[in-house]
Write a new protein. Structure first.
Length: 79
């Protein structure tokens, strides 16, 4: 689909870019991937409050598991 240059500029797209079309009762909405991600993060934020990043949590668990497998103390090397 080709969008007119002024619409691409209005969406902050330079050259080719990906957009998301969403249809609702009011019509069709065009948004950028960045706009959609921002909306998703805003919707998910209340559920993540008070928790560390899931990725950080996962990495910490993997490091602890690797340390146990290697017979290392998790506090080793911290003086």
């Amino acid at each position: 689909m080709n969008l007119p240059a002024d619409m691409r500029r209005g969406l902050g797209l330079n050259g080719a870019g990906r957009v998301i079309l969403t249809q609702d009762e009011d019509g069709i909405r065009i948004s950028t991937v960045d706009q959609a991600l921002k909306r998703i993060r805003a919707l998910a934020a209340p559920f993540a409050q008070g928790r560390e990043s899931v990725v950080d949590e996962f990495l910490a668990e993997r490091r602890a598991e690797a340390a146990r497998e290697n017979g290392e103390d998790s506090d080793a090397g911290r003086d």
